[in-house]
Design a protein around this ligand. Sequence first.
Ligand code: NDP
Length: 294
Amino acid sequence: MTADIIDGKAFAAGLRARVAAQVGECRARHGLTPGLTVVLVGEDPASQVYVRNKGRQAAEAGIASNEIRLDAGTGQAELLAVVAGLNADPAVHGILVQLPLPPQIDAAAVIDAIDPAKDVDGFHVRNAGRLAVGLPAMVSCTPRGCLMLLEDQLGDLSGLDAVIVGRSNIVGKPMAQLLLGANCTVTTAHSRTRGLDAHCRRADILVAAVGRPEMIRGPWIKPGATVIDVGMNRLDAGNGKTRLVGDVCFAEAVEVAGAITPVPGGVGPMTVAVLLSNTVTAACRQAGVEVPAG
Ligand code: NDP
């Protein structure tokens, strides 16, 4: 058996086109241009690439996109003052502070300082709490993107057994809440889980968000399962080059699963597309208008 390949790149392109249409409607109907500001502290090369991509894709969708770059020595008070300024700026509907932050800055305090209505990353405790109790919330981009791919692939997820490997606040936990909300029976596994392979083998939906290259092996996967690989691990490919691999051993998994996301080209492109979608939602909620269907 060879699994269907879930084309996250194509799905994300479609989502970005829908977001662009929503932005056009916001402008035409309400004179509203959604605004997103990304704050980058320091020179981390991966973060610079992410921030550049976010800015470019936001601009392509018609979002007013801004970037604030602060040097690596920036103190916490200075960053908090920048966040306060953005909270107060009515043209800024979404604020994203790129993680990781330098060690002198307490990331949790910075996330806590972002106005929850502008927290397009969905990391603020208010948004995490609202998601947990089933209220409308800004939802963390990567898990929301995973849910979209799953619903596109499987339709109704009710009653399916879902196993998430990883319990981080930005991927594993919100993924669990979203799948619970979609009426799955959810298991969240982590580094202390006993018999991880047996848990994985029960899963109709297996989400890997571990950060360990190719840890999930083919025999751990239930035949026909849908596998979502969130992992993004850079391995040395020789010649001074790197290659990107997921948390799932793709070559083995593709022989067992019913459908699987590749790395790259699976979950990765969804994250930025959902960020843009969240920015439109944030702008409409702040303006008190309905989010256009797109
Ligand atoms: P974290 O490091 O924050 O969390 C990793 C989780 O995996 C933890 O809950 C940890 O358990 C668990 N874990 C670690 N080792 C094992 C093990 N041997 N067995 C079972 N569980 C284990 O990572 P993130 O959630 O931030 O990211 C996970 C992966 O997803 C990374 O590869 C990251 O690069 C990628 N990522 C991709 C994104 C995208 O856009 N595609 C966006 C965000 C992340 P414990 O809690 O017990 O320590």
